[in-house]
Write a protein that binds this ligand. Structure first.
Ligand SMILES: N[C@@H](CCC(=O)N[C@@H](CS)C(=O)NCC(=O)O)C(=O)O
Length: 210
C-alpha cells in the first residue's frame, strides 16, 4: 500500500493524520501541487481527476477521496476507532465531519484558490483550468467567519467536534484551521476561547505533525 501525498495540502494531511493516529507505517510518494505535478500524465494515469490524496493498494487498486480512503483504513485497521463504533456514533461523527467540510474546508478553499498567485489560472482543484475569481474571496471570508462562530458554539458544549473523544471530524477541523492560518492569515479569533482550548489539545497530539 502507498499514499500519493502532498505535504502542503489539507486533504492529503487529513489522511496522514488519520494514518498517524492508527500507527500505520505507510510509504508515501510526494506529488507537488504547486509545481503542477498532479496535472502531469504520470499522475493522471493514477488519478485522472488530478487530485490528491490517492491510496494505491498492493494489488494496484486505486482509492481516491479522503473520506473513502479513511473508511477503508478504518475498516482494515479498526483501532483506535476514529469514525464511530455504534450506528448512532457513526452517524453523529459523519454529520460533524460533513459540517467541517461544508462550513470550513469549502470556505477556506474558496479563499485560498482565489487569492494565492500560484492558483491564478487554477481556480478549481484538478484538471480543469479556470481563472481565479477574486470576488469569491469575500464570500469565502464570510463563510470562514460563519465556520469560526459555529465551531466555537459547538466546542463550548463538547470537548471535541463530534462529542467527547477525538475523531475524523477533529482531523478535518484542524486541517481547515491550519490552512486558514498558514495560507491566508485567518487565525482563530482570540475571543473564541473554546476553539483555542480545543486547538491547543488537538495540535499537540503527535499525529498533528503529520
Ligand atoms: N474531495 C476530494 C478533494 C481533493 C482535493 O481537492 N485535493 C486538493 C489538495 S487539498 C488537490 O488535489 N488539488 C489539486 C490542484 O489544486 O490542482 C478529497 O477529499 O479527496
Amino acid at each position: 500500500m502507498k499514499l500519493y501525498d502532498c505535504q502542503m495540502a489539507p486533504n492529503p494531511r487529513r489522511v496522514r493524520i488519520f494514518i498517524a493516529e492508527k500507527g500505520l507505517p505507510l510509504p508515501k510518494v510526494e506529488v507537488s501541487i504547486l509545481d503542477g505535478d498532479n496535472l502531469k500524465p504520470e499522475f493522471l494515469r493514477i488519478n485522472p481527476r488530478g487530485l490528491l490524496p490517492v491510496l494505491e493498494l498492493d494489488d494496484g487498486t486505486v482509492l481516491d477521496e479522503t473520506v473513502a480512503i479513511c473508511r477503508y483504513l478504518e475498516e482494515t485497521h479498526p483501532e483506535p476507532n476514529l469514525m464511530g463504533a455504534t450506528p448512532l456514533e457513526r452517524a453523529t461523527i459523519e454529520s460533524w465531519q460533513r459540517h467541517m467540510e461544508f462550513d470550513g474546508l469549502q470556505a477556506v478553499s474558496e479563499v485560498v484558490r482565489n487569492s494565492i498567485p500560484v492558483f491564478s489560472s487554477r481556480g478549481l482543484a484538478g484538471t480543469t483550468q479556470v481563472p481565479a475569481i477574486p470576488a469569491l474571496v469575500e464570500r469565502g471570508t464570510a463563510s470562514m467567519a460563519r465556520f469560526f462562530t459555529r465551531i466555537e458554539q459547538r466546542l463550548h458544549e463538547t470537548e471535541f467536534v463530534a462529542g467527547n473523544r477525538f475523531t475524523i471530524a477533529d482531523i478535518t477541523a484542524l486541517c481547515v484551521i491550519d490552512t486558514a492560518q498558514n495560507f491566508v492569515k485567518m487565525p482563530i479569533p482570540a475571543s473564541n476561547t473554546s476553539t483555542q482550548r480545543w486547538y491547543a489539545a488537538v495540535s499537540s497530539r503527535p499525529s498533528a505533525k503529520a
